[in-house]
Design a protein around this ligand. Structure first.
Ligand code: ATP
Ligand code: MG
Length: 586
């Protein structure tokens, strides 16, 4: 698994990046300085995400700049300048205030990627209320769980989703006072209102009330990869991280056109699908449609996307297809590609380089961290398979725990251990909803425990090994499923792989792989043996899978993460646990 580092030279970059010398930036770093690059509310009234994202541009030099270009599934295109966005989000804030919705009240959305969702998100933040986005494909029960857990007072949704998912629950949600429907002309019933009507009646002038940087702003549920999703709470100060990562990782420049493919139902779709690009005043592309390779390449071409943020699952889906995007599409404007959500197989980084003409920059973070924490940067060498280096201002380390409550920070390179962060970055979650104990358990000896395992090399690059829960212990070795999955993916027949440990009386756990094949490849016994041999050659027999099972698809969360716990539960005939976030077509 030896991949050459991908070197960067200033000549190889389309524009000079926002920093050249990583170490220098880290040495000089201070969050106070980042704070000074933002405006703050006028008259010293604090810090509000929506002011930084919208109003300051609308009132400044970027008022007419395209803020959001929305691409509908039916090929409609809607454009919003920063000035438009200010007016519309102010209307929404006024509308909320008119309904008696107050600071700190939670306003949920359950909708696809429609313009109203983005306007609402910003209006909610302006009003000092808390934005809680839900993924529109959730069934009624997961919706109920989250709305009731979050004491939703207001819900923005569409008529169809309301009928299908909310009506059956309405009696169980007594605290839900207002449902705002985006696509009805008139109110449907008491408390079920027409959003267009309310918006038309609302004023476009809104003055953001004082907002303390510690005021709650966002509530995000985790992906549910390892169990029941948790509600992570974030505050307005998070915008410092959104801004900083927009500058250093996504490398925003004033004329950029940015496209983040994530849905706001997941933290990436809010932190980077809404906030970060707007805070930088760039153009943010939003596509309503789901993944479609040709459509995606067309969007990159037609919208002249310069910076693209997507996920390993999507990249693996593109890799499966025998397309030649650079010959078939004009991708010449694209200068930077990023990926998050899951480990990015080194094969995918190299594929980017070969097929798209640009390497893919992996970065690591969690719902809890609110923003990117470890990343590959435009000016820094990429080591394929590595998550990169910590964000300037963030201290990451590897620890070992000789006993449950003692922490040894590992200084030597190459040692596997728990990935931890030094608390204190602005977008750190401030708690799990209704679960103080669980929150407290995330901290030990002054570190935040991420629950992931990793190692650091001699130059400070972090390498993901797996989630603590997924690590396989076989014949005295610790095997990270990602390593095995990545090797299987190097085989031309393999589209995707999910690897688990299966209890075995002799060796502790046996490495078992579930493999989905590229279109047209037949799942034969010969291929199975070939894959085992292939993996053995690369990984050695202790680490290579002993069993391989072919599956049409590897089960994933809706945010695109392989659900190894589900593969394991099914393999062992155990209860499947919470599968509210499982992708439906699996
Ligand atoms: P839950 O906490 O409910 O089990 P989850 O951890 O999948 O779900 P998220 O917060 O959406 O919920 O995902 C964060 C996790 O995703 C990280 O802890 C890590 O395991 C994984 N992850 C994210 N980005 C990367 C990456 N670049 N490389 C490896 N793993 C990543
Ligand atoms: Mg998690």
């Amino acid at each position: 698994m030896d991949y050459e580092p991908i070197k960067k030279t200033l000549n190889s970059l389309a524009v000079p990046p926002n920093f050249l010398d990583y170490n220098q930036i880290c040495d000089r770093f201070s969050w106070e300085e980042v704070r000074r690059e933002l405006d703050g509310l006028p008259a010293g009234k604090g810090l509000n995400i929506a002011h930084e994202a919208v109003d300051r541009h609308a009132d400044g030099l970027r008022g007419n700049r395209l803020a959001i270009r929305w691409l509908g599934t039916d090929s409609t295109i809607l454009d919003f300048s920063y000035a438009d966005l200010k007016k519309e989000s102010s209307r929404f804030a006024n509308l909320l205030a008119g309904l008696g919705v107050e600071k700190g009240d939670r306003v949920f959305s359950l909708a696809g990627r429609i313009p109203e969702l983005y306007i609402a998100a910003l209006g909610i933040l302006k009003n000092g209320s808390v934005f809680c986005p839900l993924f529109s494909a959730f069934g009624p029960e997961p919706v109920y769980q989250r709305l009731s857990k979050g004491n939703a007072r207001v819900l923005l949704t569409t008529r169809a989703l309301y009928k299908k998912k909310i009506v059956p629950l309405r009696e169980r949600l007594p605290q839900l006072q207002h449902v705002l429907l985006t696509d009805v002309e008139d109110d449907l019933a008491e408390g079920v209102r027409s959003l267009p009507k309310l918006m038309a009646a609302a004023s476009t002038d809104f003055s953001i009330p004082s907002t303390d940087p510690e005021d709650p702003a966002l509530l995000h549920f985790t992906s549910g990869t390892t169990g029941m999703p948790k509600g992570a709470m974030h505050v307005h100060e998070a915008v410092l991280t959104h801004y900083l990562t927009g500058k250093y990782v996504l490398d925003f420049h004033p004329e950029d056109v940015f496209w983040c493919t994530a849905d706001p139902g997941w933290v990436t779709g809010t932190s980077y699908g809404i906030i970060a690009p707007l805070v930088h005043g760039v153009t943010n592309i939003i596509d309503e449609a789901d993944f479609d390779a040709m459509r995606w390449y067309r969007i990159l071409e037609e919208q002249k996307v310069t910076v693209w943020y997507t996920a390993p699952t999507a990249i693996r889906r593109l890799m499966r297809l025998d397309l030649k995007p650079r010959q078939e599409y004009d991708l010449s404007k694209l200068r930077l590609i990023h990926s998050v959500g899951e480990p990015l197989n080194p094969e995918a980084v190299v594929w980017g380089q070969q097929v798209l003409g640009l390497p893919i920059h992996d970065n690591w973070w969690q719902t809890e961290t609110g923003g990117i924490m470890i990343a590959n940067y435009p000016s820094v060498e990429i080591r394929p398979g590595s998550m990169g280096l910590p964000l300037p201002g963030v201290e990451a380390a590897i620890i070992r725990r000789p006993s449950k409550n003692t922490v040894n920070v590992v200084e030597e390179p190459g040692v596997e251990g728990e990935l931890v962060l030094k608390p204190g970055w602005p977008s750190m979650f401030r708690g799990y909803l209704h679960d103080k104990q669980r929150y407290r358990k995330c901290f030990l000896s002054g570190w935040y425990l991420t629950g992931d395992l990793a190692k650091r090399d001699e130059d400070g690059y972090f390498w993901f090994l797996g989630r603590a829960d997924d690590i396989i212990k076989t014949s005295g070795h610790m095997v990270g499923p990602f390593e095995v999955e990545s090797v299987l993916m190097e085989h031309p027949a393999v589209a995707e792989a999910g690897v688990i440990g299966k209890p075995d009386p002799l060796i502790g756990e046996l490495v078992k792989a579930f493999v989905s094949l590229k279109p047209g490849v037949k799942p034969t016994n010969r291929l199975r043996l070939e894959l085992i041999g292939f993996a053995r050659k690369k990984l050695g027999s202790a680490v290579a899978p002993k069993e391989i099972e072919f599956q049409e698809n590897v089960p994933k969360t809706r945010s695109g993460k392989i659900m190894r716990r589900l593969l394991k539960a099914r393999e062992l005939g155990l209860p499947e646990g919470d599968i509210s976030t499982l992708e439906a077509d699996e």
